[in-house]
Design a protein. Structure first.
Lengths: 315, 302
């Protein structure tokens, strides 16, 4: 699949981190386990292009250190359920069939039964994990219209495969997550998202969708020049401004319009779906969902309630 | 060193010429007054080929001087080019001259490694991408080179400019000619033009009109690339105009209307100023101006 070099490196002491979040934007409090740094999927908008200095994919997997750190964090988190993921600096599944890095984590969370592991991906193959799966692992997919995938996510699985894989996870007793992230404005995007959400409603069991995130395209300034240089028409159609965190994002009225549009379509599938915004301002939460979330803790509390409802109590 | 007749030198041979955009007036006066003091360097061919001192030779010709002091060298052309480059290294090169040097090295068959290492003494980052920009720069028509030189366009903006096609470059230079352009203004204009080009496929004269100044052009482009932001900015201006803020009170709104709050800034000299300002602000609130401004930041108005 890739010519990129994979390099095994020494254990990094910061391998588990709180998602850094961004200034004045509400973060879900997700924690990242950075087993891999770099990605073979090479999506054109990927922020890793701006952050990582070379094409080498670094793998760091000191299992004892990781489980020790997970124990420390999970046991010390009385009152709410921690959510961990491996998809921050890489794709959780793209290399996993070869590297088998997730198996021990899936087993760990299955045995621990106190926290949730989310494997986020655009790669639709996790069959090697089927014997290990348990309700404490959430299989999540980024979802985008196929037209966008063809243009900007060329090495990833097509959307129908991602949705089929999500259904497979549901059929094997897992909850799945869906991430509409990045949502991108291009000519005809509304129609494409309408079809996509119809497909989701037809293929997946909404009761086994644990959460759905909505996040409109945003990226650091360093990537903006690269997108212009590479003439990424799909990515540059909308109206961008510099946010308070220095990142480029669509102007607020556009964000609100699109979030409302997607929210309505998704709620038509099932009004009980848990939908949240990824890295958005409090006033956007208020305008789109009509609820007041003032800070990260407010959103973390919503997640705790969601997990409590689905798992029948705090883990 | 020999005294060499001008007639034995091929003055039209510019294969080692690097100078660009230099005014010969002072040099001409100096040579007229004192003659050529520093000998020129000539390659030993028939006729001789100028290696270093081409501007001095131009002046000599203009002054009808018959012979010039010269050092004749019998070396290969690569060595001669290096000699030409190093002859003026102390004086320093402008960006076009650096481009000429690198372009000529490339054309003379120097290895990429040698060219990259020579970039260091030209005070340039030895990167392939930078080299590519410089080689393309040397091949530009003079009207573009003059524009770049006159506006001291940065390497970053040159790279951005090079991404436009020939007909677009011509329109851009025509539109920007005569403006006072700062680095950031130029960057912003190029960025907006690239966005328009990516969205539309090609820039036309409507996208790059001739405007009275750089700010007008920037506003014209902004309206096309950022219609919502432009509309919000206009609405804010209309409210501010109605408010007619007194000198001691200012209202600061996030230029991108992202922040859901606004800052009210007061300048006071004494307690009475505070009372006056608060009364004024209270009047703005009663008249609905502050609410109207806050509405603009909520993302519900376009």
């Amino acid at each position: 699949m890739s010519l990129q070099k994979v390099q095994f490196v020494e254990h990094n002491t910061d391998i588990i981190r709180q998602c850094p979040g961004t200034k004045n934007h509400i973060c879900c409090g997700y924690q990242t386990i950075d087993l891999i740094e770099g990605c073979v999927l090479s999506c054109s908008y990927c922020i890793l292009k701006a952050y990582l200095k070379n094409d080498v994919i670094k793998v760091s997997c000191d299992r004892d250190a990781i489980t020790g750190e997970l124990d420390r964090r999970i046991d010390g988190s009385a009152g709410h359920v921690l959510r961990f993921g491996t998809g921050e600096l890489s794709d959780s599944l793209a290399l996993d069939r070869q590297l088998r890095l997730n198996e021990f984590l899936v087993d760990y969370f299955g045995n621990k039964k106190k926290a949730i592991l989310e494997l986020k991906s655009k790669w639709a193959d996790f069959r090697h994990l089927l014997p290990h799966l348990n309700p404490y692992t959430v299989i999540s997919f980024s979802v985008s219209p196929q037209r966008f995938i063809d243009a900007e996510e060329k090495r990833t699985s097509p959307i129908h495969k991602r949705l089929k894989a999500a259904r497979l996870a549901q059929d094997n007793g897992c909850f799945v997550g869906l991430h509409f992230d990045p949502v991108v404005i291009y000519d005809g995007f509304e129609r494409d998202y309408r079809y996509l959400i119809e497909d989701i409603g037809r293929i997946l069991d909404p009761e086994k969708i644990i959460w759905i995130s909505l996040g409109l395209l945003r990226f650091p300034a360093a990537l903006y020049g690269q997108l212009i240089e590479k003439k990424r028409r799909y990515l540059l159609t909308g109206e961008f401004i510099r946010g308070e965190d220095g990142k480029y994002r669509y102007i607020k009225p556009e964000r609100i319009r699109i979030y409302k549009f997607l929210y309505k379509l998704l709620k038509n599938i099932d009004s009980r779906l848990f939908i949240y915004l990824c890295m958005e301002r409090a006033d956007i939460w208020k305008e789109v969902f009509g609820i007041t979330i003032n800070d990260n803790q407010g959103l973390i509390q919503l997640f705790d309630e969601r997990i409590k409802n689905l798992y029948g109590g705090m883990l | 060193m020999t005294q060499t007749p001008l007639s034995s030198i091929d003055l039209k041979d510019g294969r080692f010429a690097l100078s660009y955009g230099r005014d010969n007036a002072n040099l001409l006066s100096s040579i007229d007054a004192a003659g050529i003091i520093e000998p020129v360097t000539l390659l030993d061919r028939k006729p001789y080929i100028p290696v270093a001192g081409l501007r001095r030779l131009d002046c000599a010709r203009a002054l009808r001087i018959r012979s010039v002091p010269a050092v004749i060298v019998d070396i290969d052309e690569q060595e001669a080019l290096l000699k030409a480059i190093h002859a003026n290294i102390e004086r320093g090169y402008n960006i076009i001259e650096k481009a000429n040097a690198l372009y000529k090295m490339n054309r003379s068959g120097f290895s990429q490694k040698d060219i990259l290492s020579s970039m260091r003494y030209l005070d340039l980052d030895p990167h392939e991408k930078v080299l590519k920009i410089f080689i393309a720069l040397a091949g530009l028509e003079n009207m573009y080179k003059d524009f770049i030189l006159k506006n001291t366009v940065s390497l970053r903006n040159i790279g951005s400019f090079m991404q436009f096609d020939i007909s677009e470059r011509r329109k851009i230079v025509r539109s920007l000619a005569g403006f006072h352009l700062t680095e950031s203004t130029l960057r912003e204009i190029f960025e907006m033009l690239h966005i328009l080009r990516i969205r539309k496929g090609k820039l036309t004269a409507v996208d790059i009109p001739v405007m009275p100044n750089a700010d007008s052009l920037r506003a014209h482009l902004k309206e096309r690339t950022h219609p919502v932001l432009t509309s919000l900015t206009r609405k804010l201006k209309a409210i501010r105009d109605k408010m007619a803020l007194p000198p001691g009170i200012d209202i600061k709104v996030d230029p991108f209307f992202e922040k859901e709050y606004i800052d009210l800034v007061l300048r006071i000299k004494d307690v009475e100023d505070v009372r006056t300002a608060l009364a004024k602000i209270s009047g703005f609130a009663d008249a609905g101006y502050l609410r109207s401004i806050l509405e603009l930041t909520k993302g519900t108005i376009r």
